[in-house]
Design a protein around this ligand. Structure first.
Ligand SMILES: Nc1nc2c(ncn2[C@@H]2O[C@H](COP(=O)(O)OP(=O)(O)OP(=O)(O)O)[C@@H](O)[C@H]2O)c(=O)[nH]1
Ligand SMILES: [Mg+2]
Length: 465
């Protein structure tokens, strides 16, 4: 069956049996081949020789045996696990074969399975089937990929919360509320001559207002969601010798970049992944910005400016020990820079510096509040109550760009509905806006998903998932 046809309705039974390598290619201790669909057990019977036939094995029991090719030659010794429809990841009959983790042997096992009647799975097709069969809603399916690609413990926890269905539950609760509002309006539509009495109108508006507030709370997690999923690029810029490389090393907790008292030490940009306050960052150390006749350094300065332009955030680092007047803010390098004064340890007095954060890369002073500032700049809120270096429990899921788009549409329809209701417009018109909002909220969990959306989501998965 064509994939598009599978997607066109969630009720269609998937006919083909799919198979793929579920572990990364290459050498490893184990390689797992996964197979799902109505013929999974029949195909397993054809390729597996063990104490019992897979189709007769009790589900979720593991059996030891051998995989043979069409000529009866043994390919590998394996453990085979049977999951029966509907108690499997996909909701279909599913077989997992754990063999030895050599790329050749794993591909031969997969070839045997394909020869026996399975077809190669597309990226994300197992999870797509789980969605089609109602094992997961769309937010949970997306969370599977978020969990796999999570770069920090905090990102993994947010993905796990979403996989548990917390976002899905909140969305379903909102749909229920919206549906009740629509139902109330329908009662008035049935008696058009009477119109909505002021008391009911006001109660309905309050109800819609509460839904709007809950939508706003979800929408406010979008920045955090983007930060957790994509990470943020942070460029460290400033004059030579300001301490940019020292700051990179501090943020990484490792001596990555060369630090030297000679100005112009860093020539090329250095990019490293770092977990700041549990969020994934890419920190870029750059060459000190100055006029120079040295061709290599000139190229370094050009790269530094380019990296700064492309980064999500820019730190302008200043050597505070060189400032003659601590009351004057140094001329900015960029419009939206985070101004940071370094080398606090060299300053005897407790002078305060205007418009910036004071740190010492040597002693570590101020580094935590710098990280705090960076994070609140992105998320729009601070987590002061928790240590920024310590990982904190993220109890709610943070929405992604697709959810944000759906919820924004829902929110503006809801506002329109409240305006119409307030202006005394006919209930039919209010109901139209509410139904559109309902549809947009439903898209988040895949209740009203189009084929195009599903294709986009699942094609970003890895094969075998
Ligand atoms: N006392 C003191 N010295 C510091 C501090 N941070 C950096 N330094 C010193 O300042 C000098 C320059 O530090 P780097 O980190 O190499 O400076 P940079 O901005 O990367 O310099 P370039 O790569 O040349 O542009 C080194 O001798 C560091 O040890 C600090 O907080 N306090
Ligand atoms: Mg440097």
């Amino acid at each position: 069956m064509h994939r598009g046809a599978e997607r066109s309705s969630q009720k269609v039974t998937v006919q083909e049996t799919i198979a793929a390598l579920a572990t990364p290619p290459g050498e490893g201790a184990l390689a797992v081949i996964r197979m799902s669909g109505p013929l999974a057990l029949t195909i397993a019977d054809a390729v597996f020789r063990g104490s019992g036939r897979p189709s007769a094995i009790q589900e979720r029991n593991v059996s030891f045996g051998r995989i043979i090719d069409a000529k009866g030659e043994v390919i590998d010794e394996v453990l085979l696990t049977v999951f029966r429809n509907p108690r499997s990841y996909t909701g279909e009959d599913l077989v997992e074969i754990s063999g030895h983790g050599g790329s050749l042997v794993a591909s031969r096992v997969l070839a045997a399975v394909l020869e026996a009647g399975a077809r190669m799975a597309q990226p994300g097709e197992f999870t797509e089937r789980a969605f089609i069969n109602g094992k997961l809603d769309l937010t949970q399916a997306e969370a599977v990929m978020d969990l796999i690609s999570a770069g920090t413990p905090r990102a993994a926890r947010a993905a796990a919360a979403q996989l548990e269905g917390r976002l899905g539950q909140e969305i379903q609760a909102l749909r229920g509320e919206l549906l009740e509002c629509v139902a109330h309006l329908e009662a008035f539509i049935d008696f058009p001559e009477e119109g909505i009495d002021p008391e009911s109108g006001a109660a309905l508006r309050r109800r819609m207002q509460r839904i709007a507030e809950r939508l706003a709370i979800l929408l406010a997690t979008a920045d955090e969601g983007r930060l957790l999923r994509e990470g943020i690029t942070l460029a460290l810029c400033g004059a030579p010798n300001a301490g940019k490389s020292s700051l990179l090393n501090r943020l990484l907790g490792a001596e990555r970049a060369i630090v030297n008292e000679a100005p112009g030490t860093t020539r090329d940009t250095i990019e490293e992944k770092a977990s700041l306050g549990g969020y994934p960052f890419r920190v870029i150390d750059t060459a000190g910005l100055r006029e120079t006749a040295d061709a290599v350094e000139q190229e370094g300065v050009r790269r530094a400016r380019q990296a700064a332009e492309q980064a999500d955030l820019r730190i302008h680092l200043v050597d505070a020990s060189l400032l003659s007047d601590v009351a004057t803010i140094p001329a900015p390098l960029f419009d939206d820079e985070i101004l940071v004064y370094n080398k606090r340890d060299l300053l005897a007095d407790r002078a305060t510096f205007p418009g910036g954060i004071v740190i010492s890369c040597r002693t570590g002073e101020g580094i935590d509040s710098l990280i705090q500032t960076i994070i609140s700049k992105v998320t729009g809120h601070s987590k002061k109550e928790k240590g920024v270096h310590g990982e904190t429990v993220q109890d709610g899921a943070a929405i992604n760009a697709r959810h944000q788009d759906c919820l924004k549409r829902a929110s503006s329809c809801l506002v329109a509905a409240m305006d119409l209701l307030g202006a005394g417009d006919p209930p039919e018109l209010v109901a139209v806006e509410l139904r559109t909002a309902l549809g947009a909220v439903g898209e988040v969990v895949g209740e009203a998903g189009t084929e195009e959306i599903l294709g986009k989501i699942f094609s970003s998965f890895c094969i075998g998932k």
